[in-house]
Design a protein around this ligand. Structure first.
Ligand code: SF4
Ligand code: ZN
Ligand code: ZN
Length: 319
């Protein structure tokens, strides 16, 4: 909050550090929306008649995303479907599920909930218990991430969605870039670009319309719009490399405003150059489930077999 005035003459609400702009509440909201619309247009995230599946967790990012997308739905002639994944974390996901259902209802968007239990036969809690009993040293987030990503894609296939939209913001993306650099994983870096890539059949392109909106602006937008805030922490969350990277980036950003943008925009350019080389050479199919993967056995089949869970029942999703 700043005492300075917005260019329109109204009282300032938000000081955008990297540009020095002071914005009033109204101009701030418009500016965030404009950034998203511009991203969609410039990167050609959607085409008319797209059937967009929005991953709605109930957190602020996905709520802001679905609100902004609902404003363009008609002009694009596109269709939105909200999907919430219930991993099965008692006491944690419930609130997010309720908020998601309400948000979708208010926006008159079809909402579906899919659970780990119905697809994988076990909730995340049960999976973590099995892992502990078997002495598998992987974290809850590893199972959660792999199984959720796969579920989103396979469910999108099943409902014939043509795009999957997620609420990743600028901070998430800048962190992911740095993590991949630190791990030397350049093939993932190549896939991080903004443009939807559909080089693999059975793989629904994922788009991130909030990719150039800083987390702080999403929080401020959600606050101004009075969206329900859901800040409960997952019981499985552990200190991770991402936390350290987040701190480092915030620290650099404070001293050098605009760094997160540079990191993400720079990666877009690298990704444009690397994409064709890296991604095309990776078209393979998992020898167990047949889904597109860069490996002999996909990550999902790998973790399911470690856990001793029979993954064949999920094939009905992929058809
Ligand atoms: S913190 Fe980890 S286990 Fe919890 S919802 Fe997120 S990814 Fe899943
Ligand atoms: Zn203004
Ligand atoms: Zn597989």
């Amino acid at each position: 909050v700043s005492a300075a005035l917005c260019h329109c003459g109204k009282e300032g609400f938000y000081l955008r550090q990297h540009s020095g702009d002071v914005l009033c509440e109204k101009c701030f909201v418009k500016s965030v929306e404009r950034t998203v619309f511009k991203t969609i247009k410039r990167e050609k995230l959607f085409i008319p008649n797209d059937r967009i599946m929005v991953a709605l967790s109930g957190g602020k990012d996905s709520i802001v995303l679905i609100h902004i997308l609902s404003k363009i739905e008609r002009s694009y002639g596109t269709e939105l479907i909200a999907v919430t994944i219930d991993e099965g974390l008692s006491g944690y996901r419930q609130e997010g599920l309720e908020i998601s259902a309400k948000v979708a209802k208010d926006l008159k968007i079809e909402h579906r909930v899919i659970t780990f239990k119905e697809i994988y036969g076990h909730s995340l809690e049960e999976i973590c218990k099995i892992a502990e009993e078997k002495g598998i040293g992987l974290l809850g987030c590893t199972f959660c991430g792999i199984l959720r990503r796969r579920l989103l894609n396979d469910y999108a296939c099943r409902i014939k969605a043509t795009k999957v939209a997620t609420g990743h913001n600028l901070d998430d993306e800048a962190q992911t870039v740095l993590i991949n650099v630190l791990r030397g994983d350049f093939s993932r870096l190549a896939r991080l670009g903004a443009k939807p890539v559909a080089t693999r059949t059975g793989f629904i392109p994922r788009v991130k319309p909030l990719r150039y909106v800083p987390e702080r602006e999403i929080a401020a937008y959600a606050y101004l719009k009075g969206f329900p805030l859901y800040e409960r922490e997952c019981p499985y969350v552990r200190a991770s490399l991402r936390d350290e990277v987040r701190d480092i980036l915030n620290c650099i950003e404070a001293q050098h405003p605009g760094t997160k943008f540079s990191v993400v925009r720079g990666t877009d350019r690298i990704s444009d150059l690397l994409k064709d080389k890296v991604i095309k050479s990776e078209v393979r199919r998992c020898s167990r489930c047949g889904s597109p993967t860069g490996r002999e056995v996909c990550r999902m089949c790998e973790v399911l077999s470690m856990l001793g869970i029979d993954g064949t029942f999920i094939n009905h999703l992929t058809e």
